[in-house]
Design a protein around this ligand. Structure first.
Ligand SMILES: Cc1cc2nc3c(=O)[nH]c(=O)nc-3n(C[C@H](O)[C@H](O)[C@H](O)COP(=O)(O)OP(=O)(O)OC[C@H]3O[C@@H](n4cnc5c(N)ncnc54)[C@H](O)[C@@H]3O)c2cc1C
Length: 450
């Protein structure tokens, strides 16, 4: 009977796994080898929180396969042919990768293999590249994309692992490497079981309030599923199937947020260069400042703007930042400090546990005005006004900025208004927001006129 290989990548789960079903079916009663390849190209590009998340997720997957997961270290274009030969495999199965590096890597592996590489499914409900306008061109704007995405639809979840599945245990595995030092970052529970548990808690306790609470960083109002989704510990199809019978505004808004993830993956699929370059090239000419002391203050959460500093410190303490605060901190870097978005995007990818090229770099481009749906460049977030609006009692700021913990209520957002505002050495504002806003608009106008 032919054995097959299931090469895990961003699909570190056993339930709702179409490629696992395809591997078992092709084995036709034979065994499936569960394989993960530690690829230095990806490991070196990932920050410590993501590497630790990955290693813990692999531990969970190894336990879920009763120890059968084989881990190898090396270039997949060398490792896969070796493993397939050692096993005598008839085929290698994967969930298709839609990212620029993954697509190229898979083509190289396919060329190197003597047996077929079979792609089944993607990490998305609708595969990137599948939804296009009537004339075949890609969508550049979210709302029409989301309508076409809904109309396209997606299959039902693939259910439990195939009955009678037998794991191959005849190929040697390397040990998992030691976990990197996280310099104080605390991660939540990792793995498929933790992902499902988090989803169920959120679904039962917070989903109905999501439309109202999702913009409030002082509340536990969002799912915190992003890193679980990033590593495929849960598939969006599972979430969408659960949402299908729910009519609440919260459920609808949550579905729409999942669609943003799919939209950005689609944009990156069509424009792989947009991971690094401006989607709207005219923004490259805007005139930016080199990252200097202001950039360091931003990274370290000491800009003197409490909402910005709280976000940057939340990032360093947890490897996660609330979406509203991601937008405000990103805007502060690009429009108050006039630093190009790529510098900020790299810092986020270094520290975010959910760091994802499509969602991160297009989130940054959206804020910078150079991406899809461009938030008009002249709409500059006011870091104080945003704090007062979305953290009205100052609880979020007090949680992450201890130098302001003595200020009550909304006072935490404006220490300069209080005699004891700087009693605990909170830094003074490094720039004047009104002046820098005007400067950002001047630079923008100069590009528009050209
Ligand atoms: C500058 C910037 C950088 C970002 N970087 C990343 C990143 O590296 N990785 C990442 O997953 N998301 C990123 N986002 C999007 C968003 O901030 C996070 O997905 C969200 O905060 C994750 O928390 P959650 O799981 O509690 O979200 P929830 O509010 O519970 O949303 C559910 C899921 O929907 C998806 N989602 C929600 N909002 C967005 C969005 N704006 N864009 C794309 N997908 C979304 C995520 O998969 C999320 O887990 C970024 C946004 C900005 C503005």
């Amino acid at each position: 009977m032919p054995d097959t290989v299931l090469w895990f990548r961003r699909d570190l789960r056993l339930a709702d796994h179409p490629a696992l079903h395809a591997a078992a079916q092709a084995a036709d009663g034979g065994r499936v080898l569960a394989l993960f390849v530690l690829d230095d190209r990806l490991l070196n590009a990932s920050g410590a929180p993501r590497v630790r998340w990955l290693l813990r997720s692999l531990q969970a997957l190894r336990a879920a396969t009763d120890g059968a997961l084989v881990v190898r270290h090396g270039n997949p274009a060398n490792v896969l042919p070796d493993v397939a030969r050692e096993l005598g495999a008839a085929s290698v199965h994967v969930t298709a990768d839609a990212g620029p590096y993954g697509r190229g890597r898979d083509e190289a592996v396919e060329r190197a293999l003597e047996v077929p590489l079979v792609r089944t499914g993607t990490p998305y409900a609708v595969g990137p590249g599948s939804v296009t306008k009537g004339d075949g061109t890609p969508y550049q704007v979210f709302t029409p994309f989301s309508k076409a995405w809904t109309a396209h639809g997606w299959p039902a979840p693939a259910g439990d692992p195939p009955p009678g599945l037998r794991w191959a245990r005849t190929v040697d595995s390397a040990d998992l490497p030691a976990e990197p030092d996280l310099d104080g970052v605390e991660l939540p529970d990792v793995g498929e079981r933790a992902a499902l548990q988090r989803w169920r808690e959120f679904r039962d306790d917070a989903l109905d309030r999501y439309a109202d609470d999702r913009d409030r960083p002082d509340l536990d109002g969002t799912s915190q599923l992003s890193a679980h989704l990033k590593y495929g510990e849960i598939h969006p199809r599972t979430l969408l199937a659960d949402l299908a019978g729910r009519r609440s505004k919260g459920a609808q808004t949550f579905r729409s947020e999942l669609c943003w993830r799919e939209f950005y993956a689609d944009v990156l699929w069509h424009h792989p260069e947009s991971a690094r370059e401006y989607l709207r090239p005219e923004y490259a000419r805007l005139g930016y400042d080199e990252p200097g002391d202001g950039f360091d203050a931003w990274r370290e959460g000491r800009t003197g703007y409490p909402f910005v500093d709280a976000g940057m410190r939340q990032l360093r303490a947890t490897g996660w930042m609330h979406n509203r605060v991601r937008m405000v901190t990103a805007s502060f870097l690009v429009k108050d400090l006039h630093v190009e978005w790529q510098h900020g995007a790299r810092h986020f990818l270094r520290w975010l546990r959910d760091g994802d090229l499509a969602s991160n770099n297009h989130g940054w481009q959206w804020v910078a005005g150079s991406g899809t749906d461009a938030a008009p460049y002249f709409r500059v977030f006011n870091p104080v006004g945003q704090g007062l609006r979305f953290d009205p009692d100052g609880a979020y700021v007090r949680r992450w900025v201890p130098e302001l913990a003595h200020l009550h209520g909304a006072a935490a957002h404006e220490p300069w208004e209080h005699d004891d505002g700087y009693a605990h050495d909170y830094p003074r504002r490094i720039v004047d927001h009104a002046e820098e806003r005007a400067e950002a608009l001047r630079r923008y106008e100069s590009v528009r006129r050209r």
